[in-house]
Write a protein that binds this ligand. Structure first.
Ligand SMILES: Cc1cc2nc3c(=O)[nH]c(=O)nc-3n(C[C@H](O)[C@H](O)[C@H](O)COP(=O)(O)OP(=O)(O)OC[C@H]3O[C@@H](n4cnc5c(N)ncnc54)[C@H](O)[C@@H]3O)c2cc1C
Length: 298
């Protein structure tokens, strides 16, 4: 059966040749062969099984805020999980669907006087993407607040994964290698003072607005923090602020961000990243590793 017939027969809405620039914070990326938004675990299971039986690859998309998608696009099926956004609060714990935005999750925590997620307010990702990346900021990271996750594993089994098995460390997790799809995440927080929680969230947000080029499209920090250094400081020291390739530019405001300054392509961004990496290695002997994930046809 073709993938199109599967979706049509099962009344699963899909798009063909969907431009990925509409689904990434960089506003870069060519066509995905198929694009499906799953609203339920069952839909996700069925779409994956159909993709497999049609010999198609699939890619799980959160909010697209850490991605550089190829200009040639993505072959196979892109599955957006933004529809998995149930949330429930029980005492000091919150269980939330992987597709929920971190901003919304932080707001719910605040409304329930729960502290421990303030750091995540302002990170423009989904809960699933944030766990996959072990996203963090201002001294906090996902590993400090998560206790378990429900995942769909490679054998299409739904299982619980406790924090200890997630191998969360700086911008990485076991999910980067084991292919598990995060369906929902359980957080354990603490009771706090609403005014203090709000003050922290506002402080972190205003620091972002001051320091980061939020007026431009980007995927956040382009490179990971190398041990003992700050990527932005190394890039700035090497004179890259304002340097561009095509429409991609190193932000004048924060050298750690490559921005889509003027209709940049993925090739522009990659070429600029390569220039930065080569120069920093030559001049400082430091290897810069991308934090942004490149996806799609090379
Ligand atoms: C302006 C700006 C500021 C940022 N600031 C920060 C910051 O302070 N700290 C920080 O850590 N990051 C930051 N980021 C980067 C980004 O927001 C985070 O990495 C975020 O966690 C990515 O989540 P996402 O939902 O957008 O994931 P996506 O970009 O959609 O995907 C990232 C990876 O996660 C995988 N993935 C997504 N959802 C799932 C799932 N449910 N199951 C399995 N795999 C999944 C995808 O396949 C992909 O490989 C920033 C980005 C921007 C644009």
């Amino acid at each position: 059966m073709s993938f199109v017939k599967f979706c049509t027969d099962n009344k699963i809405p899909f798009k063909k040749d969907e431009m990925m620039c509409n689904h990434t914070s960089f506003k870069i990326g060519g066509k995905a062969d198929y694009f499906v938004e799953c609203q339920s675990f069952d839909c996700l299971k069925a779409v994956i099984s159909a993709a497999k039986s049609c010999g198609l690859d699939y890619f799980i998309l959160g909010k697209g805020s850490n991605l550089l998608v190829s200009d040639k696009g993505i072959r196979g099926v892109v599955i957006s999980l933004c529809g998995l956004d149930d949330i429930s609060v029980t005492g000091e714990s919150i269980t939330v669907g992987a597709g929920m935005s971190l901003a919304k999750l932080c707001t719910v925590a605040f409304e329930n006087s729960l502290t421990g997620l303030e750091f995540a307010y302002g990170i423009p990702g989904s809960v699933g993407g944030a766990l996959y990346m072990n996203a963090g900021a201002y001294g906090g990271e996902m590993s400090q607040a998560v206790i378990s996750a429900t995942v769909l594993d490679k054998n299409s089994e739904i299982k619980e994964v406790p924090l200890e098995s997630m191998k969360l460390s700086y911008r990485t997790s076991i999910f980067k290698t084991n292919g598990d799809i995060i369906l929902s995440v359980k957080f354990l927080l603490k009771k706090g003072e609403k005014t203090e929680i709000k003050a922290k969230m506002d402080d972190f947000m205003s620091r972002r607005k001051d320091k980061q080029p939020l007026e431009y499209s980007s995927a956040g920090s382009t490179f990971k923090r190398p041990e003992g250094y700050f990527a932005g400081a190394l890039i700035e020291k090497n004179g890259f602020k304002g340097v561009s390739v095509g429409g991609a530019m190193v932000s004048q405001k924060h050298a750690g961000f490559v921005i889509n300054y003027n209709n940049a392509t993925a090739s522009d961004v990659l070429a600029l990243m390569e220039k930065i990496k080569t120069t920093v290695l030559e001049n400082d002997g430091v290897i810069l590793e991308p934090e942004v994930i490149f996806v799609g046809e090379e």
